[in-house]
Design a protein around this ligand. Structure first.
Ligand code: KIV
Length: 274
């Protein structure tokens, strides 16, 4: 799917139909200006619950609330006209029952205008995915490293190695059969990601997985070098905005303290009494 040839934002079915074609491009976004920057270049934009870590300074995604997702979803929606918007269901908003997932998924879609929700989990979440899809909520699944389960996974480790390989393939098949229109594969070995991509009928969206996936997603603050608390090995920084921003702030502070702040000559001179 070419971003320049698009006339309208794709729908979940368009994303599903992109399986095996030109790789799908996606980034996370949490604010209007960021969404505007990526609108022409992304097939879909994810309002990720990574917002908790990259914008709110939380230690993990577990503290992210429905209200936070709604607020950031509304901000992102104001910046998009060409890319589809997907929004994450935060921890605790869908795991209890399909009914709970429907209630919260419907709220996220109604209050933000998102075209779909994303939720974490494989075989265990398949009945919930089927329940949502049958009731009008398109679902993007997320398997492999699922950050909301960090306390049971024991860290941000590569998933699907050794004995866990079969279980991950079963997760991918289960979410596809349940009706998910795409599946995110996070931190999955390349060979396994390629095997899943070949095996399942829906697009795989890689993050630290394989260039052979049907699409890729990155956390925008990671690829722009804005989030510097830590960097996963798979993240390529395309810019260093964190460092550049810190240097710009330091230069500004120096100019203010030295009374060489350039605006003063122009602004204050014009306003001086004649
Ligand atoms: O919340 C997020 O940013 C995500 C991506 C890492 C896929 O789920």
């Amino acid at each position: 799917m070419s971003a320049t040839a698009k006339k309208r934002a794709p729908m979940p079915d368009d994303i599903r139909a992109a399986k095996g074609g030109t790789p799908l491009v996606s980034l996370t976004a949490y604010t209007t200006p960021m969404a505007q920057m990526m609108d022409d270049h992304c097939d879909f934009v994810l309002v990720g619950d990574s917002v908790g870590m990259v914008l709110h300074g939380l230690p993990s995604t577990l503290g992210v609330t429905m209200d936070m997702m709604v607020m950031h979803g509304q901000a992102v929606a104001r910046g998009l006209s060409r890319a589809m918007m997907v929004i994450d269901m935060p921890f605790g908003s869908y795991e209890e029952s399909p009914e709970q997932a429907f209630r919260n998924g419907a709220r996220l879609m109604a209050e933000t205008g998102a075209a779909a929700v994303k939720l974490e989990g494989g075989v265990e979440m398949a009945p919930t995915i089927a329940f949502l899809v049958k009731r009008g909520i398109p679902v993007m699944a997320h398997i492999g490293l699922t950050p909301q389960s960090i306390n049971t996974l024991g860290g941000y480790k590569v998933q699907g190695r050794g004995d866990a390989r079969g279980a991950l393939i079963a997760d991918a098949e289960a979410v596809a059969e349940a009706g998910a229109f795409a599946v995110v594969l996070e931190k999955v070995p390349q060979g396994l990601a390629d095997e899943i991509t070949a095996q399942v009928a829906i697009p795989t969206i890689g993050i630290g997985a394989s260039a052979g996936c049907d699409g890729q997603i990155l956390v925008v603050d990671d690829m722009l070098g804005l989030f510097t608390a830590f960097k996963a090995k798979f993240v390529k920084r395309y810019a260093h905005l964190g460092e550049d921003g810190a240097a710009a702030i330091a230069a500004y502070a120096e100019e203010v303290r030295a009374r060489t702040f350039p605006a003063s000559e122009h602004v204050f001179a014009d306003e001086a009494p004649k």
